[in-house]
Design a protein around this ligand. Sequence first.
Ligand SMILES: *Cc1c(COP(=O)(O)O)cnc(C)c1O
Length: 408
Amino acid sequence: MEELKLKKIIEQDHTYYMNTFGERLPVCFTHGEGVFLFGTDQKKYMDLLGGIAVNVLGHGNKRLVDALCLQASRLIHCSNLYYIEAQAELAEKLVKLSGGLSRAFFANSGAEVNEGAIKLARSYFEKKGQPRVKFITAVNSFHGRTLAAVTATGQSKYHNPFRPLPPGFSYIPYNDIKALEEAVDADTCAVMLELIQGESGIIPASAEYIEAAVCCCKANGALLIIDEVQTGMGRTGSFFAYQQHGIVPDMATMAKGLGGGVPIGALLAKEDIAAGFGPGDHGTTFGGNPLACAAALAVLQEYEDRQLVTAAKETGSYFMSCLGKISKETGRIKEVRGKGLMIGIELVRPEAVRVKERCLAKGYLVNSVGTGVIRLLPPLILTQSEIDLFCVDFAAIITEDTPDKQEN
Ligand SMILES: *Cc1c(COP(=O)(O)O)cnc(C)c1O
């Protein structure tokens, strides 16, 4: 019966939904509780991906659900033509959490806030009467799917079908200080970077690289935009990842975890940069509406009460040390990378897809990047005993010998 239900959903999807996600994992969830999700197959799954860094409070968090129900019953949406109490409050909260940025703008996704950052950078220089159009981003970066954000994304596989792309973007190898120093000049509008590249396999920037980026931008009057869409919301052990490097960028973008699953993104900027947008220069119908902002405020309140940023740091170190042990014991892990609860496990063999599928069969949701990396972005409420459960099974999964199917 339940199997038939899933079969029907899959058929319907294959017939009517655009084929942008290819063959999805054959599971459909009906509800969740904490770090667990429940499928139409009546099985329980431990969610170690959190909807790709989105479900920071896990599933079914009472404060978030109550805030959404209450706000939905009062006012879901009005328009940015009017003042919005929750939006003003959220802007203040994020500015204070940023430790140096002064103003916020809200949109609905990571791509959209990065798009906003690109527009704001150009507009800032245009208004100064010194137009600059050049953007420098990193090879293998990921900044989203809108035309400018996808152009900022340094991966040609995402560009090819969509040419011509907006001009002005060039790409430098990540963590290569010399390439950065050579690329940035007095015509550079902005450098846009992730502090840990997420979509390309959890690749952290070195401290020296980040320092060099700050210096280089400063010396050339270029703006530094840090894309914290994945690293933000405390995931790496500080509210923004840049705070562990003692820097304040000119702009930071965030989205994924901000609404705990409700779509909302934020662009934050320093005061003088933010002045690059005047009335009418940018806008949004849905962005920062009462429902989305109420969600984000509830998430931040829960962070405060449960000290979730500290939790991410501590739980993350525990997780890393467990994975380190598995690595020693099994010899099947090449490297464990990342910070806090943003973790990449590079396997010795190119079997990440198969490992992901075996994890699913055993009741764990993880993500694979390419053929070699398992990516984990769990809810920040994950506990050590849940990590222990996973680690026992994960060690067994990666040591299982499966001569049947070979991946390339
Ligand atoms: C996911 C992601 C984006 C894009 O966010 P969407 O909400 O999917 O548009 C941008 N930058 C980074 C670093 C991301 O991880």
